[in-house]
Design a binder for this molecule. Structure first.
Ligand code: PA5
Length: 404
């Protein structure tokens, strides 16, 4: 269950009438969401969680868990952030020291140091790799795949490679699909109508999530729950638009559970890449508190008033620590820190939306992610931008291609 408080810490900055102007568009918004079938493949959960596909993903995940020490997920942007966010949030801290297989996300940089250290770490281990790229042409993923393939070819024969390379890509086009057809590797399809940053609940995210041992049924229940919050998704999109129209330039996503750091990266990509276009859009940033109260906290409290916050709180951790000195659990103290900060920021005219989940698990995180994806699509509609393209990202790629 998610609860939303868009009022207590936003003072009278936004009136009910201003929000209602957008809430009244609900019929049109619903029509837009239902009919934008070319890019809304992620919106129909029943289709997404097709029984045959889920069985295949679960079978493959079990096989991976039983057959390797290290599972490498090669992909960048939307091709890794969703699974990364989910896996980091729901696993215990330091999970790669405890769980088998260890999961590493590869292909997110061009760092020589990273690949040197990674190859050294895994060269004597049994490896399975999942290469994920919708276009099949992304440089970082291609280079990651090249480096890992070279290592794997030194370790395994062709028959063994077929059991150890899984490719997730477009059904028909791109280099990776050609590779699947040529080498006979196992593959999963990224549906045409699902863009990278909306693909976490397609095979892009579901396979790594299942390998990490998470329950896809509870996840699908959570995703479905998000639809009952459609009014809140519209309200949140409306608030973001009004904030922007009234001079706010930056939305700070704030959490008090550091495990959500990767979820913050996913959120920033979702909102930044979807809505930062046409010379407009809120800049998404993130704060991991209480750490960042001792850093950016100063700017938020007393700096330029161009920022508003969206705080995501967790009511209760899975484990409890009682601190005699304070006669409180650490959870209680953490939640008090969040409350105190929202109050202090409001005093300094920095407005907060507060979203609270009861516990962090497959269901609540699934719901939260789908909520933000739906609201992001609505933001695109309200702000008059196409949330599903990213033409700006192509610019550096073109120049780099020429330079290479
Ligand atoms: O959200 C997006 O569409 C992008 O971030 C892509 O996911 C990213 O650029 C990677 O693209 P591809 O999956 O084609 O390698």
């Amino acid at each position: 269950m998610i609860t939303f408080d868009f009022k207590t810490y936003t003072k009278n900055f936004i009136s009910k009438e201003e929000i209602n102007k957008y809430i009244n568009k609900k019929k049109d918004i619903k029509k837009y969401l239902d009919n934008k079938i070319d890019m809304m493949g992620w919106y129909n959960v029943d289709k997404l969680f097709d029984l045959k596909l889920i069985q295949n993903i679960l079978r493959t995940a079990t096989y991976i868990r039983e057959s390797c020490d290290v599972f490498l997920v090669i992909g960048i942007g939307g091709s890794y952030l969703g699974a990364f966010a989910f896996i980091e949030a729901l696993n215990p801290y330091f999970y790669n020291n405890q769980k088998k297989p260890a999961i590493y996300f590869v292909g997110t940089s061009l760092s020589t140091e990273y690949y040197y250290d990674l190859v050294n770490l895994i060269k004597d281990k049994d490896i399975i790799v999942n290469v994920i790229s919708k276009s099949g042409t992304t440089l970082e993923s291609a280079i990651g795949y090249d480096i890992i393939l070279k290592l794997m070819k030194e370790k395994y024969n062709n028959e063994e490679l077929k059991k150890r390379i899984i490719i997730t890509t477009d059904e028909n086009s791109g280099e990776l699909r050609k590779e699947v057809n040529k080498e006979g590797y196992q593959s999963f399809i990224i549906p045409n109508n699902i863009g990278g940053r909306f693909s976490v609940f397609s095979p892009v995210g579901l396979l790594p999530i299942a390998v990490s041992g998470f329950d896809l049924e509870n996840l699908s229940k959570g995703i479905k729950e998000a639809y009952s919050n459609l009014d809140k998704a519209i309200e949140y999109a409306a608030i973001r638009k009004i904030m922007y129209d009234k001079g706010k330039n930056i939305e700070a996503f704030v959490v008090y559970e550091p495990k959500l750091y990767a979820f913050m990266e996913w959120l920033k990509q979702l909102y930044g890449e979807s809505l930062g276009k046409n010379d407009q859009g809120l800049l998404p940033i993130s704060l991991i508190n209480t750490r960042d109260l001792h850093s950016l906290g100063q700017y938020l409290q007393e700096g330029k008033k161009i920022i508003f916050e969206t705080v995501i709180n967790i009511e209760k951790s899975n484990n409890q620590l009682y601190l005699n000195k304070y006669q409180k659990t650490l959870d209680e103290i953490n939640n008090i820190a969040s409350l105190a900060t929202s109050k202090a920021h409001l005093k300094g005219n920095v407005l907060n939306n507060v979203i609270t989940i009861k516990k962090l698990n497959e269901r609540s995180l699934g719901c939260l992610m789908q909520f933000f994806m739906i609201s992001c699509a609505i933001s695109g509609y309200l702000e008059g931008v196409n949330a599903f393209d990213q033409l700006g990202v192509e610019e550096y790629k073109k120049i780099m291609h020429d330079l290479l």
